[in-house]
Ligand binder design. Structure first.
Ligand code: SF4
Length: 459
C-alpha cells in the first residue's frame, strides 16, 4: 500500500500504540470535548475518491495540550455496497486510524476519543494525511469499496450539528433491529475486532443483545459476513439452547472456547452473574452488582461523576475490561438496555437501582413506567447509604428481596446446628449368627449421638 506521502509510519504494528498525556499534542473529542464518527454508503457519483476536507483547525493550528471537538465523516461508494454495511465499516475507522503512528482512536459513535502525539505533529502529520490513510486502507480491506472521501470537523458549531445528524442515523440503524428476538433467527454473529487489546474477548451479537460497543447489530453482522466472509465478524451457529432465561447456547459456548483459546467456555447472554459476557474496553456502559442493596447499577462512559461505590466509570472499566469475565460486572451497549431480554435472568429492570440521569433520560422509554421514579440517579444517591435510603423510601422491588433475605437468615439462625463427630475410620465388632465374630469397618464415618459419655478406662 502506498504511504510514501505520509510523514509517519503506517501499519498494523501501531494498532496497540497508546499516547500518554506526556506525549500528547492535542486531544480530539473525548472526555474534555465532544465528537462523533459516521460512515455512510453513497452513490458512486457523490464520492470523490481520496478527497479529504478539514472544517476547522488542523493539527498545526491547534494549541498544544488542548482538547478540540472532533468528528470523522467517511463516505464510501461501490456498486455492491448496501446500507446495512455502514455500521460494520464505521467500526473499522477505529482500527484503521490506529494504524497511523502517533494517532490514537478509542471507542465508537458519539463517544470517540482521539489523540495525536507531539512527535507525529513535529514530523508534519496532518488530518489530511490521516484521511488519505483511512481512504486507502478501506479500499484495500474491502474489495467492494471503490471510492472513499473523508471529512474531519474540528470547528465547534459544525461539530455539534454533525453529532445531531449522526445520532439520528444511529437511532435509525438501532431501531431496525428492535423487535427481532433471539429465537426468531437461525444464526448469531460474533466479532473479534477487539482482540488486538483484549485477547480473550469475543462479542456475541444476537438480535436481543447488540454488541458491547453499540456499533454492530445483528443485521450489520449478517451484512458483514456477506461482504467479508473471512473477516473479524463471523457466523455463530446457535446450537442447543441450554438455558432460555440466562441465554446460554451451546453454539456460543463452543465459539467462545475456540476464539478465546479455551479461557472462556460458558457465556450467559442475559446475566451479570457466574458467566457473564466478556468485556473488552469499548463497551458503552457497565452493569455492576451492588451487594449492599442486592441490586444492579449501570454507568455509561460519558458520566464524569462517581458511582455509589465511590469510583468513576474509568476505574471500573479498568477492572472489568481486557476480555475477562467478572462475576457481577458486564460491559454492555446502551441499545441492549432496550432489549426485552435485558438482564432477564437477574430480574431485568426490576433489579436496576442506580444509573446516571443522562443515561436514564436516554433510555426512559425502555424503563417500565412503574419503575421510572424508583431508580436512583446521582441526584438521588451518591453513596451506598443514600442509595439504600432512597430505595426504601421509593419501595423499589429490591426492598422485597431484602425482607426475604432477612427471613432466610433468621430461619438459618433458628435451626439448631446438627452436631456430629467426624471419624476417618471406625471399626465395630459384632457377632453374626452362622458366621461368628465379624469386624465392620466404616470409612469417613460421621457419628451422630444425643450424648457422649467419656469413662475412665478400667484395667
Ligand atoms: S466491542 Fe465487540 S462488536 Fe464492537 S468492535 Fe469490539 S469485538 Fe467487535
Amino acid at each position: 500500500m502506498a504511504f510514501e506521502d505520509i510523514p509517519v509510519d503506517v501499519g498494523l504494528i501501531y494498532e496497540g500504540e497508546r499516547i500518554r498525556k506526556a506525549q500528547m499534542y492535542a486531544d480530539l473529542a473525548g472526555p474534555k470535548s465532544f465528537g462523533a464518527e459516521l460512515l455512510r454508503v453513497k452513490p458512486m457519483d457523490e464520492v470523490e475518491d481520496e478527497k479529504v476536507t478539514v472544517i476547522g483547525p488542523d493539527f498545526k493550528d491547534m494549541e498544544q495540550g488542548k482538547a478540540y471537538p472532533f468528528c470523522i465523516y467517511v463516505e464510501v461508494a461501490g456498486e455492491k455496497l448496501e446500507e446495512d454495511l455502514e455500521g460494520v465499516f464505521e467500526r473499522r475507522i477505529h482500527d484503521f486510524c490506529n494504524y497511523v503512528q502517533g494517532f490514537m482512536h478509542l471507542n465508537s459513535r458519539d463517544i470517540i476519543w482521539c489523540r495525536v502525539s507531539k512527535d507525529a505533529v513535529s514530523k508534519g502529520l496532518s488530518l489530511h494525511h490521516v484521511g488519505k490513510v483511512l481512504a486507502r486502507i478501506f479500499k484495500q480491506e474491502y474489495e467492494a469499496i471503490k471510492k472513499v472521501q473523508v471529512t474531519f470537523i474540528t470547528e465547534p458549531e459544525k461539530a455539534k450539528e454533525f453529532i445531531e445528524m449522526a445520532r439520528e442515523v444511529y437511532e435509525k440503524r438501532d431501531s431496525r433491529a428492535r423487535g427481532l428476538k433471539d429465537e426468531e433467527v437461525d444464526v448469531f454473529y460474533g466479532c473479534v475486532l477487539c482482540q488486538s487489546f483484549a485477547p480473550t474477548h469475543v462479542c456475541a451479537i444476537t438480535p436481543s443483545r447488540p454488541s458491547s460497543c453499540g456499533a454492530i447489530t445483528w443485521f450489520e453482522g449478517r451484512a458483514a459476513v456477506k461482504v467479508d466472509p473471512k473477516g473479524p465478524i463471523f457466523e455463530i451457529p446457535k446450537g442447543e439452547l441450554l438455558d432460555p432465561v440466562k441465554g446460554e447456547y451451546s453454539g456460543i459456548n463452543k465459539v467462545f472456547a475456540e476464539k478465546s483459546g479455551g479461557t472462556v467456555t460458558r457465556v450467559f447472554l442475559h446475566s451479570v452473574f457466574e458467566h457473564p459476557h466478556t468485556s473488552c474496553g469499548c463497551f458503552e456502559a457497565i452493569a455492576f452488582y451492588i451487594p449492599e442493596v442486592d441490586g444492579i447499577g449501570i454507568v455509561h462512559r460519558d458520566f464524569r461523576g462517581v458511582t455509589p461505590f465511590g469510583i468513576p466509570f474509568s476505574t471500573m472499566a479498568g477492572q472489568v475490561g481486557g476480555g475477562v469475565q467478572t462475576d457481577g460486572f458486564v460491559g454492555i451497549g446502551v441499545e441492549y438496555m432496550r432489549s426485552s431480554k435485558f438482564l432477564q435472568a437477574d430480574g431485568g429492570w426490576k433489579r436496576i437501582v442506580w444509573m446516571p440521569k443522562a443515561l436514564k433520560e436516554r433510555v426512559l422509554n425502555a424503563i417500565p413506567e412503574e419503575l421510572r421514579d424508583k431508580i436512583a440517579t446521582e441526584e438521588d444517591a451518591t453513596d451506598l447509604e443514600s442509595l439504600k435510603k432512597f430505595l426504601e423510601e421509593k419501595n423499589h422491588p429490591v426492598v422485597e428481596r431484602w425482607a426475604k433475605e432477612e427471613e432466610k437468615k433468621e430461619e438459618a439462625e433458628e435451626k439448631p446446628e446438627e452436631e456430629y463427630v467426624e471419624m476417618p475410620t471406625v471399626e465395630a465388632k459384632a457377632f453374626a449368627p452362622g458366621v461368628g465374630n465379624i469386624t465392620i469397618v466404616f470409612k469417613n464415618a460421621k457419628i451422630y449421638a444425643e450424648k457422649i459419655i467419656i469413662k475412665r478406662g478400667s484395667k
